[in-house]
Design a protein. Sequence first.
Length: 104
Amino acid sequence: TYIVNDNCIACKYTDCVEVCPVDCFYEGENMLVIHPDECIDCGVCEPECPADAIRPDTEPDMEKWVEFNRKYSEMWPVIITKKDPLPNADDMDGKEGKMDLFSE
Ligand code: SF4
Ligand code: F3S
């Protein structure tokens, strides 16, 4: 599976949702997540994210991100249409400590 990590927080570019063939992105207030059980591992979303926030779970120490994505994908609504990024997306891309900004 692929997952969305904390660099999506406060950016939320949403380019990713346009390309997903199985519509498995879910939207929170300031980030998206992928449902790990619905993702078919096609990989087409990964290069679409300007913030490089989409990663394969084959990278080291990804279990916490898989569980994070699963948890919130079961709470949040699906998103299938691209929308404007959050207002300070370009400034926030790559900022440290984004988990402090996360809102459920
Ligand atoms: Fe969707 Fe493919 Fe990305 Fe999984 S890897 S979230 S199926 S676009
Ligand atoms: Fe987030 Fe990147 Fe999609 S910033 S909304 S994972 S395009």
